[in-house]
Design a protein around this ligand. Sequence first.
Ligand code: SAH
Ligand code: AVI
Length: 328
Amino acid sequence: MEPTLEGTVEVHSYLGPADDRTLADDVLDGLTRPLKELAPKHLYDARGSELFDAICELPEYYQTRTERLILRTRAQDVVARTGAVELVELGSGSADKTRVLLDAMDDAQTLRRYVPVDVSETTVHAAAETLVARYPGMSVHGVVGDFERHLGHLPAALGPRLFVFLGGTIGNFPPGSRRRFLRGLRKVMGAGDHLLLGTDLVKDPRIIEAAYDDSAGVTAQFNLNVLHVLNRELGANFDVDGFEHVAFYDRKRQWIEMRLRATDQQHVRVEALGLDVEFAPREELRTEISAKFTPERLRNDLAAAGLELVELYSDPDELFAVSLSRLG
Ligand code: SAH
Ligand code: AVI
């Protein structure tokens, strides 16, 4: 007989000293390149996660409310097509929009387990506790880890699974890593599993730039917060006030970049690495790219990973898309 899991919560962390080294390695590598760069996952300490949630509420940040609208309209269809009993969410964050999908699975009486995967430990614990209370028949198996390295630690499937990757987070990978990530994901998916993927769409660059440079300055705080992370975690001495937030859309590459620009000459010491870094006046540090998609770009990426598009859901203004795919 299968064990009864109803109402249980377990959270496993796969982040350890090797991951502290990841931050140190990324910083050593990224700050010594000709174009200085940091991986976007370092934006999400507890404060960064809070600031991201605040971004999702901003009038300029159309992505969250649009994706929620698409999910509300299509959740029943997704559940009927997939028959999923389990929802595995990558980069789950506060798992706010996830409730729309869990509600639909609950209504269809298929819901057995939720598996949030996120590098931010506090958000995995918070989502696990909130959601297990909301769905009494469901168990939660949280994974605190890196979705590029720890997908091998997912629990064995209880039945057909719906993998979800929302918010457009797939756009934060550079193109090569994006395809590698999708191939890795496909390898852990079984024949009866589906992927529900949120992608921001190519549109008027003015709309995109406003979403990443909001009038209340929340995105600027989110971006600058990464310097506090380096000061705290690696004993760096960045003068945070000496940097400004920059966001610009690259039309050729169809992505937006967030950067931090030194307003003046800066000398930074990163104590834990024994590293001294120079910033020339107006020199920039790239902290994130966020790729925007056309249906063609999406279909090609999925196909390259061996995934077949089943449905492409969008909103009336075609701002955002949520695609459903399965093994090709
Ligand atoms: N899915 C939510 C949150 C998106 S924000 C939404 O749609 O609103 C991106 C989330 O991905 C954050 O919670 C961040 O902590 C997580 N994340 C970023 N890089 C990650 C990585 N390499 N591995 C695991 N989680 C990561
Ligand atoms: C998480 N990710 C999809 C967000 C994005 O839009 O690329 C992160 C973000 N960066 C600035 N604002 C929001």
